[in-house]
Design a protein around this ligand. Structure first.
Ligand SMILES: NC(=O)c1ccc[n+]([C@@H]2O[C@H](COP(=O)([O-])OP(=O)(O)OC[C@H]3O[C@@H](n4cnc5c(N)ncnc54)[C@H](O)[C@@H]3O)[C@@H](O)[C@H]2O)c1
Length: 251
């Protein structure tokens, strides 16, 4: 542990697995106090919390559906009551479904936008007052390279993730003078439960097209989230989209 985040309170959404779990553990290694949020009632969240506590940091877990306004309000109230105002918010929770637009129901479109984009608005809005009081904050939104390049059968996902990038840029401008930075991370394909839902055809074609020739692992994304949250490394980034993406997109 180098203690880059010692004294900071970090709330990570979708922390029960994959990239969110890796970010939570990387933050624990750097000394952050943690609030881990997920919708999943499985053992994942408790397991991740245990691994974080093994680094000697205080860790709480909260069950919430971050696409729902009441859940988000309650989660932030509980987090603040237990740990104080959130310094670092990682909007990571997300889902992925696959369907061409011609076959897509409005319900499928709405659900994905709610979980992958509306949640980013709801959680950011909930975190801002505490960050403004401290005149310090780091909001880190997990987008996707598909928000930059688009993907067949993934128009709703691509739209949500492009929306996250636009939201990030606008909010970065709104909050810059409050000592709050807002950035996004747009990973390429990463080995997690979410990407295993992609069809075999998608995975084969994508792997062949990647300059680095392979999917990444969550541990290869988490250091970018540490950089953006830390001082002085993250100080000058705001409104940016960083791409640990195997070279899939070179903006
Ligand atoms: N895996 C990839 O290839 C990849 C690539 C680019 C971006 N991403 C993004 O990274 C983020 C994390 O994905 P992952 O690959 O680690 O997937 P994952 O499925 O392993 O983790 C997602 C987590 O979010 C939680 N979650 C889902 N809906 C929720 C809700 N409504 N409220 C609270 N929690 C909820 C899930 O329970 C799960 O623990 C997502 O935003 C995803 O879009 C993933």
């Amino acid at each position: 542990m180098t203690g880059l985040l010692t004294g900071r309170v970090a709330l990570v959404t979708g922390a029960a697995s994959g990239i969110g779990a890796a970010i939570a553990e990387a933050y624990a290694r750097e000394g952050a106090t943690l609030c881990l949020v997920d919708i999943s009632t499985g053992t994942g969240l408790a397991d991740v919390a245990k691994r974080c506590e093994d680094w000697g940091v205080r860790t709480i877990t909260l069950l919430a559906d971050v696409s729902k306004e009441d859940d988000v309000t309650r989660a932030f109230a509980d987090a603040e009551a237990e740990l104080g105002a959130v310094d670092i918010l990682v909007n990571n929770a997300g889902i992925l479904t696959e369907c061409r637009v011609s076959d897509m129901s409005a319900a499928m479109f709405d659900e994905l936008i709610a979980v992958d984009l509306r949640s980013v608005f709801l959680c950011s809005r909930a975190a801002i007052p505490g960050m403004q009081r401290k005149q310090f904050g780091r909001i880190i939104n997990v987008s996707s390279q598909l928000g930059q390049k688009g993907g067949v059968g993934l128009a709703h996902y691509s739209a949500a993730k492009a929306g996250v990038i636009g939201f990030t840029r606008a909010l970065a401008r709104e909050l810059a003078r409050d000592g709050i930075t807002v950035n996004s991370i747009a990973p390429g394909p990463i080995h997690t439960a979410l990407s295993s839902d992609l069809s075999d055809e998608w995975i084969r074609t994508l792997t062949e097209s990647l300059p680095l020739g392979r999917f990444g692992y969550p541990d290869e994304v988490a250091p970018t989230a540490v950089l953006l949250a830390s001082e002085p490394g993250g100080n000058l980034y705001t409104g940016q989209t960083l791409g640990p993406n195997s070279g899939d997109v070179m903006p």
